[in-house]
Design a protein around this ligand. Structure first.
Ligand SMILES: [Zn+2]
Length: 96
């Protein structure tokens, strides 16, 4: 996840650039944007616990020979959610 945010609450996680925003989200890793069979992302809706999500909203049939490509995409999605988890922990540790 690219830390392009100006969000002060969740830097590196939230990508909302409106200075007054209260709901923190990042949907940059949606399947539509990445081409992955799953979407992953970050949501924190105003002073609630931060959440990561994985969403497999689409049926994703694929030919057996595409398995290495799909497996690599799923690993990339898994890496992304672990990266977000580490970032959440970093932000929370800085607040503590
Ligand atoms: Zn934010």
């Amino acid at each position: 996840m690219t830390p392009t945010t100006t969000c002060q609450a969740w830097p590196g996680l939230c990508d909302d650039t409106d200075p007054k925003h209260r709901e923190h989200t990042n949907h940059q890793l949606s399947g539509q944007k990445t081409g992955w069979p799953v979407s992953v992302g970050f949501v924190e809706l105003g002073d609630q616990e931060p959440l990561l999500y994985v969403d497999a909203g689409l049926a994703a049939d694929f030919a057996p020979e595409d398995a290495p490509k799909v497996a690599a995409q799923l690993r990339a999605a898994a890496d992304a959610i672990e990266q977000m988890q580490r970032r959440v922990a970093e932000v929370q540790a800085r607040r503590a």
